[in-house]
Design a protein around this ligand. Structure first.
Ligand code: HEC
Length: 515
């Protein structure tokens, strides 16, 4: 009964807001109204077309955009399978789609299939081994998934149940951390209030079997996206600032998530400015709010974030994350509606436009939700307004990610020794190769599992060039890894000279110069 009343009240409040918003925007053209109706009622925006994408969007010099997939209403979060197919969650449809990788090279997924449906508003997804974990609005579930065939191979089973999903911000984001544990972010029920369920507006951590469930960070209003910086393992989460304090306050946030920290909501906004509606934090004596690591413009609504592997990109993207700004819905002029790049520099975090053009003077063509990097190195961006996925690649060498080259070419030794071997520090390269082999878990197909394809004696079959070619265009179902040229060489050195880096001692003892 109580939730019914709250539900009715929120509808009334929302309805009351519509005229306000229309007046406030001052731009009551068809496009703005449609965008507002999208927020209020879920009405879809106009579908994206390749020609519009090409004519209206802008990227930094040297990057290229294509419309990768369309006709995907309510597309929200993405995750690549180990075989390079894309999973796409659609909380409003209760399903997860599988977009088969573009092996035929026509610039579109080879097929779009429903992987699983009938779920309660699924958003976050990630893998531990062959298990796909899914965050519904009220629970975390898991199901066995065979990446080679792109099919589920078991029954879906709950792992953690009993999350609340009343009110606003009911979606849950789930990622597996570098420590192999499950991280779950859930938003607040309201714009600004004290929550009854203390797990709302936090980040939590669980073991893969669902045990644990510690709250590791509090005071996060709605952290929909988070990711770990690859250079130091720090965890960063986006957070959406509250509404109804004007057009330009408070900033949306990027927070460096540290265990036990309190990030301010609902008592503080931005750089710990007390909230005018809430009064003093009753727990002020026990906790200091942690200010954001970076502020986005107010109402920009940062959602998905991903740190990129910028191998092959121009200088300036070494320590970079891409963030999707979904765009404002209650600001007098629409703002956000783009993908920005964040750069960790000596002067702190700098924000630059990456993909823009969704909003042209209030004419809204799309709303970016999530950013993911494919195994081909390209950047994929989901849009729940146009129902589209865009693909951004660097340079005109649209990487060949068809797997067929490998098998024909691979079974031969080099006729020529590659140049880069001259004077190369083979033991050091082999050690780095061994680490890459570890990091990418090559073992799960080549040493363990049902039918491991052993790589022993590889040097009798393949030369350096053949191994590198194979890593560039692997035989199915071996994934395409986003490896730089150097990393491909390091892996090749390791695989072809097992003695030079193969032993665990050699991997761990960095200062040993002879293996
Ligand atoms: C999902 C499973 C899978 C993963 C993960 C995987 N591979 Fe493979 N790999 C394969 C398959 C399948 C083949 C083809 C084997 C065959 O044709 O007999 C293969 C072939 C190879 C070959 C050629 C073997 C030969 O004897 O000709 C090399 C080298 C190789 N992989 C290296 C790697 C490296 C390095 C990694 C990690 C970065 C990796 N693989 C990850 C499945 C995988």
């Amino acid at each position: 009964m109580r939730s019914l009343i709250i539900g009715l009240l929120s509808v009334l409040v929302l309805l009351a807001c519509i005229p306000l918003v229309l007046i406030a925007t001052g731009t009551i053209d068809g496009s703005s109204v449609r965008m507002i109706l999208n927020v209020m009622t879920g009405l879809d925006g106009p579908a994206a077309t390749e020609s519009e994408v090409q004519s209206r969007f802008e990227l930094p010099e040297g990057f290229h955009l294509q419309l990768y997939a369309s006709d995907l209403p309510k597309a929200r979060f993405m995750r690549f399978t180990p075989a390079g197919d894309m999973l796409l969650s659609r909380p409003h449809k209760g399903d997860i789609l599988l977009l088969r990788r573009d092996a035929d090279g026509d610039g579109r997924p080879d097929a779009v299939e429903t992987l699983i449906d009938g779920l309660k508003r699924p958003l976050g997804m990630d893998f531990i081994g062959d298990n796909l974990y899914i965050a519904e609005s009220n629970r975390i579930g898991r199901v066995a998934f065979d990446s080679a065939s792109g099919k589920l191979t078991g029954a879906y089973e709950p792992v953690v149940e009993g999350f609340t999903d009343e009110g606003n911000h009911w979606s849950k984001t789930l990622r597996v951390g570098p420590d192999g544990l499950l991280y779950l972010a859930q938003g607040s029920t309201c714009n600004v209030c004290v929550e009854e369920d203390e797990r709302r507006n936090t980040m939590m951590r669980f073991a893969p079997d669902g045990s644990g469930g510690d709250i590791i960070a509090t005071g996060l209003r709605n952290s929909v996206g988070f990711d770990w910086a690859p250079w130091n393992g720090e965890l960063y989460a986006t957070d959406n600032g509250r509404d109804l304090l004007g057009d330009d306050f408070p900033p949306c946030e990027l927070n460096l998530i540290e265990e036990g920290h309190f990030y301010g909501w609902p008592y503080y906004n931005g750089d710990n400015i007390p909230d005018p509606d809430m009064g003093a934090d009753p727990m002020a004596a026990e906790r200091e709010p942690t200010p954001p690591a970076h502020g986005f413009r107010a109402h920009n609504a940062p959602l998905g974030i991903t740190f990129v592997d910028s191998s092959g990109w121009p200088a300036g993207y070494e320590r970079t994350a891409l963030v999707a700004l979904h765009g404002s819905w209650n600001r007098s002029t629409p703002d956000g509606y783009k993908v920005v790049s964040l750069h960790w520099t000596e002067n702190g975090i700098e924000e630059r436009d990456f993909l823009s053009g969704f909003n042209q003077d209030g004419d809204i063509a799309g709303r970016p939700v999530d950013v993911a990097q494919g195994p081909d190195g390209a950047i994929y961006i989901s849009d729940d307004y146009a129902g589209a996925i865009y693909r951004v690649s660097y340079g005109d060498n649209n990487q060949d990610w068809s797997p067929e080259v490998a098998s024909a070419e691979a079974s031969r030794l080099d006729t020529q020794t590659p140049q880069w071997l001259d004077g190369a520090d083979l033991p050091a390269m082999a050690r780095r190769g061994a680490l890459l082999y570890d990091v990418h878990d090559c073992r799960r197909c080549h040493e363990t599992g049902e039918n491991p394809r052993l790589l022993s004696g590889l040097s009798e079959r393949l030369g350096y060039n053949a191994v590198i070619d194979l890593l560039k265009a692997p035989p199915s179902p071996m994934p395409i890894y986003p490896l730089s040229e150097n990393e491909q060489r390091e892996l090749a050195v390791f695989l072809l000279n097992p003695a030079a880096g193969n032993t665990p001692e050699a991997v761990q003892t960095e200062d040993r110069d002879t293996p």
